[in-house]
Every structure is written in C-alpha cells, then in structure tokens.
Design a protein around this ligand. Structure first.
Ligand SMILES: Nc1nc2c(ncn2[C@@H]2O[C@H](COP(=O)(O)OP(=O)(O)OP(=O)(O)O)[C@@H](O)[C@H]2O)c(=O)[nH]1
Ligand SMILES: [Mg+2]
Length: 195
C-alpha cells in the first residue's frame, strides 16, 4: 500500500467531536513515549503530520488521520505517564472505552511496545483489553534501531510470551529512526482493510 494522502481530520476529547463513522479505522495504542506519533509519520512518510515530543504524554486526545480518503489511522492517547493527575488518567479510561465501544468503523488496534523492554503491566492490561474487544492481533515493536539483529529475535520472543500471543498474532519490529518495518506493517494493515 502506498499512502499518497494523509491529513489530520479531527483532534477529539469527546465522542461528539469524532468524524463521521463512515470509514474503516485502525488505531495505535501504547504507553506514552513508545513512538505512536513517530510511527504514524513513518507510515505516511511525513515528518510532522503527528507531533513527536521529548516530553511524554504529548498526545492526550484521540486524533483521527484520514488516509488516501479511504480509511483512517487513529492515534490514541498514551498510557502510563506517571505525572498525569488521577482525574486525567480516569478520563483516559473513559475516552478509550467510549471509542472502543461505539465505533463501528474500528477494525483493529495495533499495540505498540518498546522492543527493548519486557512489556509493562499496563501493556499487558492494554492488550487484554484489546483481546476483550476482539481488536488484538498486531503488535508493533518500536525503536528497533536500539537493538542488534541478533537481539531482535530474542526481544520479540519476550514480547510474545509476556502478551501471551498466539502463532497467528504478528509482531512487527519498526524503527522511525532507521525507517524500517513500515512496509510490513502497511501490508498487514492493507490485508485487514481488504477483509
Ligand atoms: N531511537 C528511536 N527513537 C524513537 C523512535 N520512535 C520514536 N522515538 C522517540 O521517542 C520519543 C517519543 O516519540 P513519540 O512518537 O512522540 O511517542 P508517542 O507514543 O506518540 O508519545 P505520546 O504522544 O506522549 O503518547 C521521541 O523522542 C522520539 O524521537 C524510533 O524508532 N527509534
Ligand atoms: Mg503521540
């Protein structure tokens, strides 16, 4: 799949701000700072489509990107950022639930985890949550440039075990820095969109 057109369609804090539920959507979930916005820029080959930040917790809204006027990629707010107040983390849960439960176009959530680390308790909870909604099955292991080719296989195994992935579930190492893994992820997304 080639992304020819990508535009930010809506930045939302409430469901009444969502764009019309008329296209298929694939969302990206993961802890704050894992590289969701960077991955979006890599996939769309745009440097600044989604804001990337050194300070975690940048994306606190659900952001809808319209791709090729054919589907959407949805950047979900990151979890696990320690400094957000209790009220913010509660509204995070409400936001996710509202989106997951009411969005007909949502066909899959790509779970992002940092390739270097054993998935955190919150990563595991998030993945269980996706499983509950039947939205699981694709994991992007981010910042793959931080490990060697040899280590990569081992890291992927650690992720598979921690998230209790099945054989059909995919783990795709990606690097926004080295610009790698995006073709494989795009192919997986294309297959989903064609289903
Ligand atoms: N080395 C390396 N750094 C990366 C990669 N992807 C993202 N980063 C860095 O990780 C930090 C966070 O990236 P973002 O894309 O903003 O992460 P995010 O998941 O959108 O973060 P929030 O919006 O806070 O939830 C930035 O400093 C990026 O430059 C990667 O593939 N390799
Ligand atoms: Mg972000």
């Amino acid at each position: 799949m080639i992304i020819k057109k990508a535009e930010l369609e809506a930045v939302t804090a409430r469901s009444d701000q969502y764009p019309e539920d008329n296209l298929k959507e694939i969302a990206f979930a993961g802890r704050s700072n894992v590289g969701k916005s960077s991955l979006l820029n890599l996939l769309t080959n745009r440097k600044k489509l989604a804001k990337v930040s050194g300070s975690p917790g940048k994306t606190r809204t659900i952001n809808f990107y319209r791709i090729n006027d054919a589907f959407r990629i949805v950047d979900l707010p990151g979890y696990g950022y320690a400094k957000v107040s209790k009220s913010i983390s509660e509204s995070w849960g409400d936001m996710m639930e509202t989106y997951f439960e009411n969005r007909n176009g949502l066909i899959k959530v790509v779970q992002l985890v940092d390739i270097r680390h054993v998935p955190t308790r919150q990563d595991i909870e998030m993945y269980e949550y996706l499983r509950h909604y039947g939205l699981d099955g694709i994991v992007a292991a981010t910042k793959a440039d931080k490990v060697s080719r040899n280590e990569m296989q081992k890291c992927v195994r650690v992720i598979r075990t921690a998230l209790r992935l099945s054989q059909e579930d995919q783990v795709i190492p990606v690097s926004a820095l080295k610009k790698s893994g995006h073709e494989e992820l795009l192919a997986a997304m294309e297959a989903l969109l064609e289903e």
